[in-house]
Ligand binder design. Structure first.
Ligand code: PEP
Ligand code: CO
Length: 452
């Protein structure tokens, strides 16, 4: 199938953005411990996600992927997981109503710990330090000692991911995600809120639809699909020692599966054709995401797609484009045209976060809500004119009331950023901005469905 691939073959390729551990024995010990632990996800679930993503590829479903830029050991609690999950569910209900299609829900959760950085070093308070690379690798505390990569952090990340997943499974299957309950949260978030009138009106239409279905005899008591949700996990497969150690053979097919999360993706900085990350990801059966920023060359992208999805399987490959609102029109049409020429089956998703990061007037890394929205709108417009399906969105968000991105109905401005700026890495949409974005994307989706 994949020639000489095995779960370690990435080690013969060039590593990018990965730490050099100083103590090989310690590393080896940790890898062996991880190898003896159960995988976090199972092959059957991974296959189900691929089937769900195949529906997105063929325009019958929409993808919502979201969560933290970086999960952290310190910011870890049941409440935080619950709140992020709640916001994702609220967004999904709104999008389902707008697009009249099922929404496939994937968290950047339960494994999103490793971060690529634009520079190996950063200057903090005049001191040059190795960059923070995510809690699975080193500690954010700005001292040389804390910034050393430590293998045992992988075990902590595994344990935290496992608890997170346990809770997510309970929430999705145990009645918490009941649609009428989720919808009551949507109503609560919009009712009487300044600027939310049009969203509250839309939410009222959802109420009417649910009441109609209930009158017709379909309700969450007799329909599992209204009471439970499928919720999947994903993260950037950056730290390949961790990924390799959790890679398992699917007992049904005998093929390798990344056991660290349902979907894994390759970052914009690690998608080198002959690099270690492409090598690892090409051999596992999971749905794969590929981030595409402005440096993406359309011809090289086609080669990459063929390496990652040699059988052109629907649902296997999601291209997550992240050009920025100013550059998307220069790049996305070219990429879509190449993919169409090559007749590749692709899920198209828009990450409107990573190309829209700026420095605020007072020095915070932030993202303006209007730029985020502008990129999504252009994404829909370009897909409309190319005749392709704008399959989904990929956002960095949290259920908390942080002040990290500017704008939105509550108009956070540069002066507000300091008040609740908590992110360990990139600025996230807060709960209210996330829901607002979902309402606005629902309008785009509705118009797309009506006009295509
Ligand atoms: C991310 O998704 O957090 C990220 C680093 O994205 P990208 O690889 O697109 O820069
Ligand atoms: Co990020």
């Amino acid at each position: 199938m994949i020639g000489s691939w095995d779960k370690s073959s990435w080690r013969t390729k060039k590593r990018h953005q990965m730490p050099e551990y100083k103590d090989p024995e310690e590393l080896n010990k940790v890898e062996n411990s991880l190898k003896s632990l159960p995988p976090l996800v199972f092959a059957g679930e991974v296959r189900n996600l691929k089937k769900d993503l195949a529906k997105v590829e063929s325009g019958q479903a929409f993808l919502l992927q979201g969560g933290d830029c970086a999960e952290s050991f310190e910011e870890f609690s049941a409440d935080l997981i619950r709140d992020t999950f709640k916001v994702l569910l609220k967004m999904a209900v709104v999008l389902t109503f707008g697009g009249k299609k099922p929404v496939i829900k994937i968290g950047r959760m339960a494994g999103q710990f490793a971060k690529p950085r634009s520079s190996d070093f950063e200057i903090i308070n005049g001191q040059k330090l190795p960059s923070y690379r995510g809690d699975i690798i080193n500690d954010i505390e700005p001292t040389i000692e804390h910034r050393l990569p430590k293998p045992e952090r992988m075990l902590k990340a595994y344990t935290q991911s496992s608890s997170t997943l346990n809770l997510l499974r309970a929430f999705s299957q145990g009645g918490f995600a009941d649609i009428s309950r989720v919808h009551s949260w949507v109503l609560e978030s919009t009712k009487g809120q300044v600027g939310y009138k049009k969203f509250f009106d839309l939410a009222t239409k959802i109420t009417n639809s649910l009441e109609f279905m209930s009158a017709a005899g379909v309700n969450s008591e007799n329909s599992d699909s209204l009471r439970k949700v499928d919720f999947y996990t994903s993260h950037e497969a950056l730290l390949l020692e961790y990924e390799e150690a959790l890679c398992r053979l699917d007992s049904t097919s005998g093929l390798p599966v990344a056991g660290s999360g349902h979907m894994i993706w390759i970052g914009d900085r690690t998608r080198q054709i002959d690099g270690a990350h492409v090598e690892f990801c090409k051999g596992v059966q999971n749905p794969i995401g590929l981030k595409c920023g402005p440096s993406t060359d359309p011809d090289e992208l086609i080669q990459l797609c063929k390496i990652l999805n040699p059988e052109n399987e629907s649902g296997r490959l999601t291209l997550i484009t992240r050009f920025g609102s100013d550059l998307i029109s220069d790049h996305l049409p070219k990429i879509i045209k190449s993919v169409k020429n090559a007749k590749l089956r692709i899920v198209w998703s828009c990450d409107p976060m990573h190309g829209n990061t700026i420095k605020s007037s007072n020095g915070y890394k932030t993202r303006p809500f209007e730029k985020i929205l502008a990129e999504v709108k252009t994404f829909f417009k370009i897909h409309m004119s190319e005749g392709t399906f704008p399959g989904g969105v990929h956002v960095e968000m949290t259920g908390k009331d942080v002040t990290e991105c500017t704008g939105g109905i509550k108009s956070i401005d540069d002066e507000d950023l300091h008040s609740r700026y908590h992110t360990a890495c990139d600025p996230r949409l807060n709960a209210s901005q996330s829901l607002e974005l979902a309402f606005l994307i629902a309008e785009e989706l509705e118009a797309f469905v009506q006009n295509s």
